[in-house]
Design a protein around this ligand. Structure first.
Ligand SMILES: [Zn+2]
Length: 567
């Protein structure tokens, strides 16, 4: 490809709207262009990268036994009503109404459609297992699209669905996918780590995310320094620090004028925050919920939402709390009636707590559970923190950040049961098919590759997904000798099937080298009056600083060897 003819231009300045490093570099390199919030076009260079990623993914899916198919983006809304998953997606789902007033969804994911399809063809255990996948656009109305390709509203995704007869079949499919994902990341030179994750709106009982660890990642990960435990903070568990257990003392009221927050109470009474019970109010699908947790801990809203099995969870407003008769700053589980009380299990890790008294400017001393109050549910609903101890090995947990670049789920049978996907087992007994699903966002992976591999001059593409392998640069091409040699070398490389981007523009060496660095093509070949004096070509890897000269007449063989070695 001649750069002079390539559609898309590099930018010198960083566009103001770019809010992540990959976003900045991909815009500056002319690889993507924003069409609307969270909606992007891929320009030819960006699309080449995306297709290379797709090719790697296809190869690994096929090796694992996957069969590619293609499902529609438009889905009958009735399927979502049948599966019961519509409320979990809520406003994330784009819906449209057709001319006959039929409601349709623009697929945020495809479990419904594929389960419906599989149910038509699978009758017996002999038809299973199946691994079916597609590479297709997904639509999710994210509340806050950001980071360029990192969080978008329309994106290209590989989604594979596994269908098995039993649990061990599911485990085997799951392991095949985990291995395939590891292979994909390794080929894209992404050091992904696997972490336990919450299943979220997709549902199911177990899931793992693949994370690219980076300071700017929007997911927080809790991992153990001593064993392999790692989990998204939404899911992470830890051993909570205990406090000394003492014999329960009699309840006492204390006057706490204008003392409201946990820190104010702790300072006023002269105790650490872990000796206080904190009250937090939530609205769960419209119902007010009273949450009680030890004062040094924070509520993990994902765990709380899972415990309540609710679709929409948010902090209650002051007005909602007041309407329910709660006293701001002094609300207490002791003596409260008519409200659902949910407790974190940390309330059992301590004694003689300070808590509110449901009276203004008053608190209670020596509150003990369960002597002084009852709860509707008690479970771990706290945020695990850096510094806590590991549940598996008692080692030290630390916090880091990452970008999610893949998510795999053990779905189980809830969807096949709802959508009627059953099979007859060896004893002719009808049983629901056991499902798993496995997703990789291709644009996210592309952006992650840029986040992972760049310098202050631009992108450094891994060879396997680079838009072109060679950047051929002709310096001072107004010099006919250079122009002629460069044209000939370009033709030779094309004939030999190399992927070459030929900078044939009438630009200064500075502009050409800057663009070569920005675009991140792995191998740069430079011809100039100086290199031609010795009938040679200057060679430079994008990721290295040094250059070397190779004889012009052997260049195609040398380049072939270099690229082969680098693969
Ligand atoms: Zn551990």
């Amino acid at each position: 490809m001649r750069l002079s003819k390539l559609f898309g231009k590099t930018l010198k300045e960083t566009p103001a709207e770019a809010d992540s490093l990959s976003h900045q570099l991909l815009l500056r390199a002319g690889m993507i262009q924003q069409v609307a919030a969270g909606v992007y076009s891929y320009l030819p260079l960006g699309w080449r990268v995306l297709n290379k990623i797709a090719h790697i993914i296809r190869e690994e899916m096929d090796i694992a036994g996957g069969q590619e198919l293609m499902l529609p983006a438009l889905q009958p809304f009735e399927l979502w009503e049948e599966s019961g998953r519509y409320p979990s997606f809520g406003r994330t789902m784009f819906t449209v109404t057709d001319r006959k007033e039929h409601k349709l969804a623009l697929g945020p994911t495809h479990e419904e459609v594929i389960t419906e399809l599989v149910h038509r063809y699978v009758q017996s255990y002999r038809d299973l297992p199946l691994l079916l996948y597609q590479i297709q656009n997904k639509f999710r109305d994210e509340p806050r699209p950001r980071g360029g390709l990192l969080r978008v509203r329309e994106f290209i995704m590989k989604d594979l669905y596994s269908f098995d007869v039993d649990e061990s079949g599911l485990n085997s499919s799951y392991q095949k996918m985990v291995q395939a994902y590891k292979n994909i990341y390794s080929r894209c030179e992404l050091p992904a780590v696997i972490v336990e994750a919450d299943s979220g709106a997709i549902g199911g009982k177990e899931s793992h995310e693949f994370m690219l660890i980076t300071e700017t990642g929007e997911d927080e990960i809790i991992c153990c320094l001593s064993c392999d435990y790692a989990a998204n903070v939404e899911k992470a568990q830890s051993i909570k620090p205990t406090t000394e257990m003492k014999a329960p003392l009699p309840l006492e009221e204390i006057s706490t004028p204008n003392i409201k927050t946990i820190d104010e109470v702790a300072a006023f009474v002269g105790v650490p925050t872990n000796c206080i019970l904190k009250a937090v109010f939530y609205s769960a699908d419209g119902e007010l919920v009273f949450v009680v947790i030890r004062g040094d801990l924070e509520v993990n809203e994902t765990k709380l939402s899972n415990l309540l099995k609710c679709f929409q969870l948010r902090l209650a407003t002051e007005t909602e709390a007041k309407t329910a008769g709660l006293v701001a700053g002094s609300a207490s589980p002791v003596g409260i009636k008519g409200i659902k009380i949910i407790a974190d299990d940390s309330i059992t890790l301590g004694s003689n707590f300070i808590a509110g008294a449901n009276k203004p400017d008053t608190h209670l001393r020596n509150v003990n559970y369960p002597r002084d109050f009852k709860v509707d549910l008690i479970a771990d609903i706290a945020v695990a923190r850096s510094g806590d101890s590991c549940l598996k090995c008692n080692g030290k947990l630390v916090s880091t950040h990452g970008v999610e670049i893949g998510h795999v789920f053990k779905l189980g049978t809830f969807l096949s049961e709802k959508l009627g996907a059953f099979f007859l087992d060896q004893n002719s007994v009808s049983r629901p098919i056991i499902m798993g699903c496995y997703g990789i966002g291709l644009g996210r992976l592309l952006a992650a590759a840029v986040e992972q591999s760049h310098d202050d001059k631009g992108i450094i593409w891994p060879l396997a997904i680079a838009p072109y392998h060679i950047y051929l640069c002709a310096l001072h091409s107004e010099n006919p000798e250079v122009a002629e040699a460069a044209e000939k070398l370009y033709e030779d490389l094309i004939v030999e099937n190399f992927e070459v981007l030929f900078d044939d523009r009438d630009e200064s060496p500075g502009v050409k080298f800057n663009d070569a660095d920005l675009l991140g093509i792995p191998l740069r070949l430079t011809l100039s009056p100086r290199t031609l004096q010795s009938q040679s070509v200057e060679i430079k890897w994008r990721k290295e600083k040094q250059t070397c000269l190779l004889p012009l007449e052997e260049i195609t063989d040398k380049v072939r060897q270099l690229l082969k070695k680098a693969q």
